[in-house]
Design a binder for this molecule. Structure first.
Ligand code: BGC
Length: 375
C-alpha cells in the first residue's frame, strides 16, 4: 500500500517537474533510448517471476558502463526479471529523476551505479520507505542505510596494482630518478579515493627517497582528482602541467586512474611534441577496447582489466537474495563503511594487463576477440 501511494505521489511530482520544463536533456535522452524491456512478460519460467529490477547506470560515454548495463540486463532477464535500464549521462539531477521514475513505475529492486552518491540520499530514503531494496553496483552508495549489498571490484586493489606496476616497470632509482604526474578519479566517487590510497601506498616510498619526482607537486588527491572522470579535464590539466613544469625535462610516467584519463593525457602529450622516443609509461583502468588496442600498439602501457560479466553475476545473486530470500556470496564485511553502515560486499578481483599478458587474460577470458582488437 505504502509503495503504491508513494508511486502515485512521485508520478504527480514528476508530471509537475516535466510541465515546468525542468527535465534535463540528459534525462530525456537517456530515458527515451533507455533499454526498458519486458523479457519476463514473455513468460519466462525462471525464478524472477516478472519482478521489476531497475538498473540506474551513470553514463554511456564510457565503454565499461555500456557493458555493465548490457550484462546486467541479459543476466537479469535470463532469471526471469523485467529490467528497466537507464543511463543518466553523468548528469547528477538526471539520475535522481530516473530513480524517482523507477520507484514510481513500481520497481521491486533498485540497482544503482551512482554518479554522485551523496546526491541520492533522499531518493534512497524514499525507496526504503516504499520497501524497495537497493543494491550498490560498482560504486558505494554513501551516507545511507537503505542499501542492502554492494557488488564491486577490490577498489583499493586497483590502485595497488597500478602502483605495483609502476614500481616494477618504471626503472626509477635514486641515481636515475623518473618524473611522475598523477591523474586521479572523481572526488564524488568513493572508488577514486580508494584507488588513490592503494596507489600512494606503493609509490610514496619512492617519492620520499627521491626515486620518483612529481615536478608539479600535485601528489595530494585535492589537486590531482578529475571531476566526473572527465577526459577533457584530464587533457587540459596535463597540458597545463607539461607547459608549466616540463619545459626542460620529459614526463616519464602518467599515473592515470582510468583509460579515459589516459586518452586525455595522450592528446596532451602529442600536442606537446612527445614521440615514441620519449613517450611516458601510461597507466589506465577498465581495459576498454581502445585502451587494449593502445596497449598492443605501445601507446598505453597497462590497464586494469575488470570482468564486468563477473560483476553482473555477483550483483544478480544479490538481487535474488533481496527478492527471493536467497543467500548471496559475500567476501567483505569490513571495508565498505558508507558513513551510516558497513555494507556487506562482494569484491571481484581486478587484474593488471599489459602487452605481455593481454592475450591470455583478455582474449583467453573471452572479453574481446582477436578480430575486435585487430581493427
Ligand atoms: C569505476 C572504474 C571506472 C571509473 C570511471 C569507477 O567508479 O570503478 O572502473 O573506470 O568509475 O568510469
Amino acid at each position: 500500500m505504502k509503495k503504491k501511494l508513494l508511486a502515485v505521489m512521485l508520478t504527480a511530482a514528476m508530471a509537475v517537474t516535466t510541465l515546468a520544463g525542468c527535465g534535463s536533456g540528459a534525462a530525456e535522452s537517456a530515458s527515451s533510448d533507455s533499454s526498458s524491456t519486458a523479457a519476463a512478460d514473455s513468460g519466462s519460467s525462471s525464478s524472477g517471476g516478472g519482478k521489476r529490477v531497475a538498473v540506474a547506470m551513470p553514463t554511456q560515454s564510457s565503454e565499461r558502463w555500456i557493458n555493465d548495463g548490457a550484462n546486467m540486463k541479459t543476466q537479469l532477464e535470463e532469471k526471469g526479471y523485467t529490467v528497466d535500464l537507464q543511463y543518466a549521462e553523468d548528469d547528477v539531477q538526471a539520475q535522481v529523476s530516473q530513480i524517482e521514475n523507477m520507484i514510481a513505475a513500481g520497481a521491486d529492486c533498485l540497482v544503482i551505479a551512482s554518479i554522485d552518491s551523496d546526491a541520492l540520499v533522499n531518493v534512497e530514503a524514499q525507496a526504503k520507505e516504499a520497501g524497495i531494496p537497493i543494491i550498490a553496483y560498482d560504486r558505494l552508495l554513501m551516507n545511507t542505510d537503505a542499501v542492502s549489498y554492494y557488488a564491486t571490484f577490490d577498489n583499493k586493489g586497483v590502485g595497488t596494482k597500478i602502483g605495483e606496476y609502476i614500481v616494477q616497470h618504471c626503472g626509477a632509482t635514486k641515481d636515475d630518478p623518473k618524473t611522475i604526474e598523477l591523474f586521479m578519479g572523481s572526488p564524488d566517487d568513493n572508488n577514486a579515493h580508494m584507488l588513490y590510497a592503494g596507489l600512494m601506498e606503493q609509490i610514496q616510498p619512492l617519492l620520499d627517497d627521491g626515486s620518483l619526482i612529481c615536478k608539479s607537486g600535485q601528489t595530494d588527491f585535492e589537486s590531482n582528482n578529475t571531476l566526473r572522470w572527465d577526459q577533457q579535464t584530464a587533457m587540459k590539466r596535463c597540458e597545463d602541467i607539461l607547459t608549466r613544469y616540463y619545459a626542460d625535462e620529459d614526463l616519464d610516467i602518467c599515473a592515470c586512474a582510468y583509460d579515459g584519463l589516459s586518452y586525455g593525457c595522450m592528446s596532451a602529450l602529442e600536442g606537446a611534441g612527445y614521440t615514441e622516443a620519449n613517450w611516458p609509461l601510461i597507466t589506465g583502468q577498465d581495459a576498454e577496447l581502445m585502451a587494449t588496442k593502445h596497449i598492443i600498439s605501445g601507446k598505453q602501457t597497462m590497464s586494469i582489466y575488470k570482468d564486468t560479466r563477473l560483476l553482473a553475476s555477483k550483483c544478480v545473486t544479490m538481487v535474488q537474495a533481496v527478492l527471493e530470500g536467497a543467500t548471496p556470496e559475500i567476501n567483505d564485511t569490513e571495508q565498505y563503511d558508507n558513513g551510516k553502515i558497513v555494507v556487506p560486499s562482494y569484491l571481484c578481483e581486478p587484474v593488471a594487463v599489459d602487452k605481455d599478458n593481454y592475450k591470455e587474460v583478455i582474449i583467453g577470458g573471452g572479453y574481446y576477440t582477436e578480430e575486435q582488437l585487430a581493427n
